[in-house]
Structures are given as C-alpha cells and as structure tokens.
Design a protein around this ligand. Structure first.
Ligand code: NAX
Length: 326
C-alpha cells in the first residue's frame, strides 16, 4: 500500500522543489509507492493544482495518486508523513510576538487535524519558520499523538556546516561525519566541530584554527540563509527541499552504524536542555525511531553557544505560552 505524504505550502518554492523528489522515490526509498496530499490556502490551490498536473505528467512509477486540499482535516486524514512547509513569513514592521501569533493560527489547527485523522505511525517534519516553535505548537495541540513524532528541520544547517567544513579542509563531503547542529533553526544555531569528524579525525583538530571556527565558520553557517537571499533574490528552496528529503529519509530508513545526524526534537533533558522545547540534537535512528546521542564532549566553547541558542528557544516558548498556544 502507498504511504500517504501530506505537504503543506505545496504551491510555494520549497514545495515545488520537494514534491518531484518525493514522487520519484527519494523521500522513502525506491520501492515505496507514495500518495501525495497537497495542502494550500485557498489562494494557493490553483497553483498547487498546476503542480499536481506536472507531477502527473512526470509519470513517476511510484506516485500512486495526488489530491489537493484547502482544508487541513482532509489533507491530514490518513497521513503517514507530514511535511509542514507553509508558514506565515515575517513582513516588514512585524514584531516577533505577531509572527508567533500568526503562525499559531496555522500550526495549532494543523496539530489538531493531525490528531484527528493522521495514521497511527504519523511522523511530522516542520520546515516553516520559526520551525522549532511551530513544531512545538503543533505537538502541543495534537492530543493523543506522542510528542516525539513532531520534529523540526535543522538538516539544512547541518548540510551547510558539512559543505563549509569540506571546503575548508579539502576533504570530500562523504568523509565528513557526525556533524551536530545544536539548538534553534536560526542564526544562533551551533555547528559542533568537537564531535564532527573529518576522515575519522576530530574536525576541531583537522581545522586547527579556533579563530576561523569562532569568527568565520559559525557565523557563515548561521547567516547562510541571508547570503542565499542576497545572491538569488529569494530564500533557499532546492537546498531546503533536499534537506527535508534527507531528514525524513534517515528517520524512516535509519542512520549508518556509528554515525548520527541533526534533528530538532522534543528535549528529553539531555545535555541540560530543558524539557518542553524542541531543540536540535545529534540523533541516531533505528526501526523508524530516533534516539538522542548522549555523552558527547561539550567543552566550554560549545556550552556557551548551546546555552545561547537554547535560551532563544525558551524565550520563544514563553512567548507562545503567553498566547495560549502551548
Ligand atoms: P513560499 O512563500 O514560497 O511558500 C509558502 C507557501 O505556503 C505558499 O504557497 C503559501 O500559500 C502556503 N501557505 C501559507 N499558509 C498556509 C497554510 N496555513 N496551509 C497551507 N499552506 C500555506 O515559501 P518557501 O520558500 O516555500 O518557504 C516555506 C517556509 O520554509 C518558510 O516559512 C521559510 O521561512 C521556511 N524555511 C525553513 C528552512 C529550514 O531550514 N527550516 C529553510 C528554508 C526556508 O527558509
């Protein structure tokens, strides 16, 4: 039977890059048929229907069917995987509280719709920003669905961190493993070179340049989104879609022995990150379930930066709690 994958924001730029990769089998694997449910707001439905026509025209052998909806309850009915991409962007002059409230208006009803009708094995990835807190809002409003099923995307930051490290060290991307992004999907996130490896060697040692890590590498990865906007006049789309594919593929199919990836997941209290927020951690995956990797080396250099990004997540949590969203 086909796996039902629901994608919100289907008519947006990430949606356009993402849907064809899902339909071609890259999200789940080359032997798994998918049924796509596309969710848009009413103004986006026509464009989503156009994308559905193109998906149909691609004659993907694994694409079992496509439906387009503007109603969340219908779109999440029977969903096994949900990719929550559509969100309310920050517009000029908008305060953070307004942004969080506007997104609450999207992610609260979507959490409720997931609880009402999604399949028992539902896995949710939130891409739409502010991703960690939007995931928290959805999770908090999905009564009966285990919180661990709600995750947010820091895989783009993870991939950016690997690519920048590969460029610096001259090692191929394939020889860089065990990267971790800690914290929030925001410029405050922290890419950890103490536990990442370059050809099996500690990345911090392979680089051997603290000033480069502190003053160039970490800010570059953190502000890469802005650099892309400056260059292409639009925010990251295909790389974001690619990261979403990586996140779900690994969550479904597992991580390699001895390796981990970054996912923003509900904190268990590991590494002193308070329970009740969705923060990025190193995770391994087996049998479709992820586990936070414990016991990694967290020197003072890392701790200060993890504390800062986690504090930002706690502030976001307090703000949405005040709005009654969590
Ligand atoms: P677009 O503005 O191109 O598309 C968003 C789409 O979502 C629009 O078609 C809109 O009609 C739809 N939408 C809005 N509200 C909806 C709702 N309630 N239900 C269903 N659809 C709805 O944005 P795009 O470039 O595709 O980016 C989507 C989101 O991803 C943004 O919030 C963006 O900030 C976020 N990103 C997150 C990243 C991450 O690493 N976590 C990286 C890339 C990206 O910036």
């Amino acid at each position: 039977m086909a796996t039902t994958v629901t994608v919100t924001g289907a008519a947006g730029q990430i949606g356009y890059a993402l849907l064809f990769r899902i339909a071609s089998g890259q999200l789940l694997g080359p032997d798994k048929p998918v049924h796509l449910n596309l969710l848009e707001i009413p103004q986006g439905v026509k464009a989503a229907e156009g994308t559905a026509l193109e998906l149909f025209d691609s004659a993907f052998p694994l694409l079992a069917g496509i439906d387009v909806y503007d109603d969340a309850k219908q779109a999440f009915d029977g969903a096994n995987i949900a990719l929550l991409v559509g969100a309310r962007p920050r517009t000029k002059g908008m305060e953070r509280a307004d942004l969080l409230e506007a997104n609450g208006g999207i992610f609260k009803p979507q959490g409720e719709a997931i609880a009402a009708g999604a399949a028992d094995d539902i896995k949710v990835l939130v891409v739409g920003n502010p991703a960690n807190t939007n995931a928290l809002i959805a999770a908090s409003n999905a009564d009966g669905v285990p919180k661990e099923r709600f995750t947010a995307m820091t895989r783009l930051d993870h991939n950016r961190a690997i690519a920048q490290l590969a460029q610096k060290t001259g090692a191929p991307v394939s020889e860089i493993t065990n990267m971790t992004i800690w914290g929030n999907h925001s410029p405050s996130m922290y890419p950890d070179l103490f536990n990442a490896k370059v050809k099996g060697e500690r990345a911090w040692d392979a680089v051997g340049d603290e000033a480069w890590v502190a003053d160039e590498y970490i800010p570059r990865v953190g502000k890469r989104g802005a650099e892309i906007i400056e260059a292409r006049g639009a925010s990251s789309a295909a790389s974001a879609a690619s990261a979403a594919i990586d996140h779900v593929y690994d969550w479904v199919n597992g991580t390699k022995d001895g390796e981990w990836v970054s996912m923003a997941v509900p904190s268990t209290g590991a590494y002193g990150v308070p329970e009740g927020i969705i923060s990025s951690f190193p995770v391994t995956v087996s049998g479709g379930e992820y586990t936070i990797v414990e016991g990694l080396d967290v020197p003072e250099f890392s701790q200060q930066r993890i504390d800062k990004t986690v504090a930002e997540l706690q502030e976001e949590r307090e703000a949405v709690a005040k709005l009654g969203l969590v």
